[in-house]
Design a binder for this molecule. Sequence first.
Ligand code: WT7
Length: 654
Amino acid sequence: MTTIDKSGEKHNLMTNDYFWPMKRYQDMHKRSIDDPEGFWAEQAGALAWDKPWDKVLDWKPPYGRWFTGGKLNACVQCVDRHAMSQKSSKVAIYWEGETGDTRTISYADLLHDVNRFAAVLKKLGVQKGDRVAIYLPMIPELVTAMLACARIGAIHCVIFSGFSAQAISDRVNDSNAKLIITASGGYRRGKILALKGIVDDAVAMCPSIEKVLVVKYTDHEPNINPDKDIWLSDVLNDSDNAVVAPESMDATDPLFILYTSGTTGKPKGILHGTAGYMLYASKTLQWAFNPSDDSIYWCTADAGWITGHSYLVYAPLALGLTSVIYEGAPDYPAIDRWWQIIEKYRVSIFYTSPTAIRMFMRNGEEWLAKHDLSSLQVMGSVGEAINPEAWRWYYKYIGYENCPIIDTWWQTETGGFMIAPCAGIQSYPLKPGSATLPMPGVDPVVLDADGNEAAPNKTGFIAIRKPWPGMLLDVYGNPDLYQKTYWSRFPGYYAPGDYSMKDADGYWWLLGRADEVIKVSGHRISTAELEHAVVGHSAVAEAAAAAKPDEVKGEAIVLFVILRNDHVGSVELQKEIIKYMRTAIGTVATPDDVIFVDKLPKTRSGKIMRRVLKAVAAGTSIGDITTLDDQTSVEEVMVAYEELKVAAAKSNNG
Ligand code: WT7
């Protein structure tokens, strides 16, 4: 296939056998690195400022503060400036519920809804700087609630609606939120998820929560506690035509906290700011996906994750795009639900995950053949590296060999894309499985274990040399953890924690986490968190978690469990522990296997030999153990490996 480059030249995206002029991209990237302040000052005109900034970047490592002295409001970027322009009747959101309900929301409607919601928050006593927890299904109120918080300067803390009561309370207690917004329930594969009931269990453990604001959505009656619970519909009516003036925020004021897994047993609150984040999220969307005014944009992520924050809510709205938001499961009521949606709304930009692509791949092309997907122009991928096989399938059967695949490498912490093809700057050749080249403003390097720059084609650790506007402000309430996690592994560099390799053409290959974080369907979960949770089960004495490769999910969780003396392993107990993990953390923590063992492979100093666990979980050989970084002998490792293998085989047969 060919693509017409912005320069008017024709190119084949998949051939590398002639030289492509990549000058526009290269010049822009070079300028962004040579003069970041000048570069970002030029870009910052894309935002609507109440007051211009004094300084583009205040860099006091490890803290980068962007556009200090400037004032603006994030909600105004996303709503007011479009609603107050000739775009006011433009559709902001086409919402499609799982049951087939739909809602069409223009920018003018969105302004109305956000104002009313903001008035409710104010009436409930929420003030600038307060934290508000949001636990909602993918309904328009989720977007409205986030924007209403932004409007009044409250810091939202969205908790993915698949998390358990315990997980909610951990996040609420860490952020000290005083209000939680939820719904009676949500729909998932035709069933009602009783979200309000889960919030009740959580709130019982959350002393900071004063009120629970409930959106009436599903047809069932949750328990209502008259002292604490408020139906949104009751308070909305009072403030029908309310107008709430947007709070003029400092550029560096926090916008939200989003919890993510690290290597400790507790998730950490990633704190993002206002101007830098808004600018970075919207510019990167523009550069990577090349949207135009008539694009129909669909990001399939849930707003409970960073992809939803940046590329479902803030960036597409800041750019004034028309988005599709779908509430439900991709395979409900049938496996072609997504293709129906693309056909129905004529989606032109589609952004999803490798795990979804692999699920569709497994179900076969015949589901796609029933639908006309020719509206698609650009397609994205995020969450983990996309394997070349899935990449080619995506390219061929969904994109009809016509759409570049924008593989976006980034993290909750980075706020926006770091490495991704820049179709909005200049088309250039793609390589299936590579996220290609850094975004403007991003200066990555591959370092070896000693912190020296690695040669081309050598695997090492990716590190980022300079601050960028989307970078996190801090770990909420834990600056030491911020410094230690991101800035101490290679002093002076931001350390994302991924393995990576840069090839001879300068293309980047992201090779997975280098730490104890597992990626299940693109979602982060740490082994420590899993281990911490499972020992809460009354039969479990000790446990260790590992990942095994999974054809669809990328990685799946395997738990090695030592039972207390008065318990014996059984299939029932395995099932019970799997169920327990769902209530202890949520659906993301569901193990595929629970393996009962008598002992865990440990070094003499008591550290779990994770490589041994991993090899047994994956059913592979222990491989090269000469570089084990502890004092354990090769023989000891081999013994531990053989013992664990035998125990696992026994556990699987019992
Ligand atoms: C980790 C961040 C960023 C939004 C969704 C996940 C992995 C993410 C890619 C990609 C290779 C990727 C990395 C990263 N990752 N996208 N395109 N290629 N790896 O956000 O939960 O913060 O996870 O996801 O390992 O460190 P997250």
